[in-house]
Write a protein that binds this ligand. Structure first.
Ligand code: KG4
Ligand code: ZN
Length: 358
């Protein structure tokens, strides 16, 4: 029996301090030995959003015991670790620096290779933690900071098909929640409130619905929600607004995903078409079931990571580490933290005023 690689993953790009150990079984399938996540929700709640300095301080306070706990829970010894993979970007620089420096120091002291991981690639590969997944596949990445359709052609090979031109989807959920008086991060709460509401009560805008290919836009929704919240008085009206918001998102994603399918098919002549949905918002059950049904209609296989791997975690970082380890793609100990690090470096920047869409 050959020795399987044992990879330590570390994540600190935003408001989760996380560490994980993964390996492989004899069939070459990843095995998660530990997955420790410490969320900072309580640190940021009263500010209604993430305060970078507080987030960084909290990472510094917790990182060593989170890594220790990940090693203890894995049942393996520190000396058995074959490589250390840390998130190097994108994210808040003060936060990234904590996990990155820790990972580099750890790798150096163990005399083992260091691997710098793109956080978005972690989300992109997260379904590999529990399903066998071959390239190419179409990825919808919907998180608090990003909303993109990507043609995933291989490890490190991404072609962006569409992106948000303003807010990320998770951000739109969180901002709507805030307007409804729900504590940060409110995305998951919107899903709960929406269950009690009438999705057809409010007619909300669908920005760039009929143009811009599979690019997305959510900022106009927030303005409309703001106007309505000034008029609503009862809890039932709140539930109706949450339900109408979620229904609008479903309609936008349904239409834009259909367009992304066509774009993907133009770029790849594949018989087995696979659609992966990852990132924090992929935990939303209504969005999952709508996209699953769309895949049945359009003859795609749909793959979602398990809920615990949708939000930020270090197993997905270790997963990228494992793939890179097998290809001997190691990084030097002076690899910088990269606050902006797109998966498709050639894609044009599509944010802000002046963006022209057809
Ligand atoms: O991937 P993630 O944990 O962090 C980033 O990399 O951004 O995504 C966090 C985002 C937050 O905006 C959160 O409100 C949203 O995912 N989210 C949800 C749900 N669970 C998390 N949005 C809608 N419905 C959910 N169930
Ligand atoms: Zn993330």
């Amino acid at each position: 029996m050959s020795k399987k690689p044992l990879i330590l993953g570390i994540e600190s790009s935003c408001d989760e301090t996380a560490a994980s150990l993964i390996t492989e079984n004899e069939q070459g399938m990843p095995v998660v030995l530990s997955n420790i996540i410490s969320s900072q929700v309580n640190v940021h709640k009263k500010f209604g959003g993430i305060v970078p300095e507080l987030a960084a301080r909290s990472h510094v306070e917790k990182i060593d015991w989170i890594v220790q706990k990940a090693i203890d829970e894995s049942g393996r010894e520190i000396e058995e670790i074959d490589a250390v993979a840390s998130t190097a970007g994108p994210g808040l620089i003060v936060c990234l620096s904590v996990g990155l420096s820790f990972g580099k120091t750890f790798a150096f002291s163990l005399k083992k290779p260091f691997i710098a991981v793109n956080h978005l690639e972690g989300h992109a590969l997260s379904p590999k933690l529990n399903s066998s997944l071959n390239y190419p596949y179409l990825l919808l990445l919907i998180s608090g900071g990003h909303s993109q359709f990507l043609n995933v052609q291989g490890l490190g090979k991404y072609k962006r098909l569409g992106t948000t031109i303003d807010d990320a989807l998770g951000e739109a959920f969180d901002k709507t929640a805030k307007l409804l008086g729900i504590e940060f991060p409110g995305g998951p709460q919107i899903e709960i409130l929406a269950k009690k509401g009438d999705p057809n009560k409010y007619d909300l805008p669908k920005p760039i619905f009929n143009k811009g290919g599979c690019n997305l836009s959510f900022a106009g929704l927030k303005t409309s929600v703001l106007k309505i919240t000034k008029e609503i008085k009862t809890d039932q009206e709140k539930f109706d607004l949450a339900a109408s918001f979620q229904k609008t998102i479903e309609e936008i994603l349904y239409k834009k995903t259909k367009i992304a399918f066509k774009e993907f098919e133009k770029q790849n002549r594949v018989k087995d078409k696979v659609f992966v949905v990852a990132g924090g918002v992929a935990a939303n059950k209504k969005i999952r079931s709508m996209l699953k049904n769309l895949c049945i209609e359009e003859n795609y296989q749909s793959i979602f990571p398990p809920i615990e791997f949708c939000g930020d975690n270090a197993s997905m970082i270790a997963m990228v580490g494992l793939e890179k380890f097998k290809l001997k793609q190691f990084d030097s100990l002076d690899h910088p933290a990269k606050p902006r690090w797109p998966l498709d470096e050639n894609a044009i920047f599509l944010k802000g005023a002046g963006v022209k869409l057809q």
